[in-house]
Design a protein around this ligand. Structure first.
Ligand code: ATP
Ligand code: MG
Length: 592
């Protein structure tokens, strides 16, 4: 491993002295570094694309798309010209600044061109996952009053036009045949409603519209507080919320790309998140473009061999992924990936989305010779707020320390800061560049997040240790109240997963007349194990001896799988609803 260029660069990490940066850094410093107009007249695409295309990175690859067979590269200059063309397509359609335009496409080049072109034209982009079926789509398109949708013929029947009075036009991009076919699944509602498209009066071809559109466009100058994106949350705790993000997030995406992802000029970077989920946008689009690095976009099904092939083929240096993906690689991939694939250039791995189990960090040390840096943030926060850093010790299981410029605390129900080691709600002092500026058409919901000034209330449970590291404990909604104690489910889940028989576990509080609630665990066994009362009491003893009797799940049940969102988060609300025989809640963003 020694002597490779990738590894040597690690010595030159962007953040060397965390304490000093924490004490002195101000977000304005970044505005000055980037030469952003002090008046706040910004367009994020002008900074991320046009500025690079006018400078020395003009012919550098911005994106390298790969679908497992074919590949396509877009340089910064090509990206500028294509997004200009797309902005002109919208202008032809008389899309006004502030109008909503949805992108309902797989992560093809067209996704990125449309996404950036929409913002260039001053409109508000709504990125939508192709996992959404017609009911979820209709709800979001109605809620946001989208004027235009960009999609593919394959997905068109999920857009029920007669239920969408504001929809004026649909732009249809062809998928190349090499793209993996995603099983659309039965979508009866859509099949019945697809009639709306018979006339095809509202559809235009992406290729035709782009062909006749001009390459020159003056990116609209917007204000830093102007919305650029409406992004719906994952829906783990309830119905997805339409979170409003603004052009003013630039310093946040840029600086965290530098400090947390440690991106350098020569890096090849792979963010594995789909661009309809916030990591695939803030750190799949904004951070790498603002920093002028080359991103790999892989579009295909998850498969351990393929993923390692992508890392090796593109000599990926920096990799931003999820604990779920790493667990899959750990459980189902080859035992010694570094022996089978050339992963010498890989020098930094970071994750987001759910807590990173210490076991995965240990595995990564063996598999890649690298420790993983977990990062914590949410759709609403727009950018990373708490993270592990390359220059600090990683405490396995901890989400790390606040990013310089961010003040985080664990608070009680009145908003008072709690001392170290006490579990409470994670609060962030409100006001950072990428923070959401609203919930679409739901002022009340928005103000709930800020009801205890000066805090932004995250809805997550955590504690802080004496060294200032934060430890995720679950969601406020998942809090278990047992025998007068308040517990998060996460510690028990994590400990159960350390037992050799357990692949993963989901833990809920189940109402009980005597205890208030008891802890109930749902267990997915590893291959080769079967469920028995003997195994159950073994697991109970395992928890008792390692965590204490108060954390022992009194009830346990084996399941073939746990319900998860498409981004891999355990849906404890679904487990609870099933357990209590209640309506299952909104499942529109479920994986299956
Ligand atoms: P909804 O808000 O619709 O219920 P969601 O909260 O899952 O869904 P996201 O915004 O995608 O939607 O996810 C943010 C949440 O993900 C955080 O509130 C937190 O619970 C979890 N999360 C993110 N990163 C981490 C991490 N490093 N460790 C633990 N949990 C994390
Ligand atoms: Mg949330």
């Amino acid at each position: 491993m020694k002597g490779s260029k990738g590894r040597l660069e690690a010595a030159l990490e962007n953040l060397i002295d965390y304490e000093q940066a924490y004490d002195t850094f101000q977000w304005d410093d970044v505005e000055r570094e980037l030469g952003l107009a002090p008046s706040g007249e910004w367009n994020i695409v002008a900074e991320a694309v046009d500025r690079q295309a006018a400078g020395r990175r003009k012919h550098k690859a911005a994106f390298r798309f790969y679908d497992g067979e074919a590949e396509q590269t877009l340089t910064y200059l090509q990206l500028k010209l294509l997004t200009n063309k797309f902005a002109n397509v919208l202008r032809q359609m008389e899309v006004q600044p502030g109008e909503r335009v949805a992108v309902f496409l797989p992560p093809l080049p067209e996704f990125y061109i449309a996404f950036l072109g929409i913002i260039k034209a001053g409109a508000i982009v709504i990125p939508l996952s192709t996992a959404f079926m017609s009911d979820a789509m209709t709800e979001i398109l109605r809620d946001s009053e989208a004027a235009v949708v960009v999609t593919t013929p394959r997905l068109l029947d999920r857009i029920v036009s007669h239920r969408l009075p504001d929809l004026r036009q649909v732009i249809l991009a062809e998928e190349k045949s090499s793209a993996p076919a995603e099983a659309p699944g039965p979508d009866m509602a859509a099949a019945q409603d697809a009639k709306g498209w018979e006339s095809e009066a509202k559809t235009v071809s992406y290729a035709n519209a782009m062909e006749i559109s001009s390459e020159s466009f003056n990116t609209l100058v917007m204000g830093r507080e102007d919305p650029m994106m409406l992004l719906y949350t994952s829906g783990s705790t309830g119905k997805p919320k339409g979170v409003i993000h603004v052009h003013g997030g630039i310093p946040h995406y840029y600086q965290t790309g530098k400090w947390v992802l440690d991106l350098h000029e020569r890096d090849v970077y792979w963010c594995t998140s789909e661009p309809s989920w916030v990591p695939g946008i803030s750190y799949g689009i904004w951070a790498p473009l603002l920093l002028g690095v080359t991103s790999v976009i892989y579009y295909g099904e998850f498969n351990a061999e393929k993923w390692y092939e992508v890392l090796a083929r593109y000599r990926v240096n920096v990799w931003y992924t999820t604990p779920t993906a790493l667990r899959k690689l750990m459980n189902f991939g080859p035992a010694n990936p570094a022996q089978r694939y050339n992963l010498k250039e890989l020098r930094h791995i970071a994750t987001v989305g759910e807590a990173l189990n210490p076991m995965v960090i240990r595995w990564s040390g063996n598999a890649f010779g690298l420790r993983i840096c977990d990062t914590w943030w949410m759709t609403e926060t727009g950018g990373q707020l708490i993270s592990n850093f390359r220059c600090l010790a990683v405490k396995p299981g901890s989400m790390g320390r606040p990013i310089p410029g961010i003040y985080a605390a664990v608070i009680d129900e009145q908003g008072r800061e709690l001392p170290p080691l006490e579990v409470g709600q994670l609060g962030i002092r409100a006001g950072w560049p990428a923070m959401m500026r609203g919930i679409w058409k739901d002022e009340e919901k928005y103000s709930e997040y800020f009801r205890l000034p000066p805090w932004y209330l995250t809805g997550d449970l955590a504690y802080r240790d004496a060294d200032g590291y934060f430890w995720f404990q679950g969601r406020v909604d998942d809090m278990i109240k047992t025998a007068g104690e308040r517990l998060g489910p996460f510690e028990v889940e994590n400990k159960l997963a350390e037992h050799p028989a357990v692949l993963e576990a989901g833990v809920i509080g189940k109402p009980d007349p005597l205890w208030g609630e008891i802890i109930k665990a749902f267990i997915v066994l590893r291959p080769g194990y079967s469920w028995s009362s003997q195994l159950k009491s073994e697991l109970q003893k395992f928890i008792e001896s390692r965590l204490g009797s108060h954390l022992v799940p009194r009830e346990m049940e084996a399941r073939p799988a746990l319900p998860r969102t498409r981004s891999g988060k355990i849906l404890r609300r679904v487990l609870k609803a099933q357990e209590l025989g209640l309506p299952g809640g909104d499942l529109s963003t479920l994986e299956d």
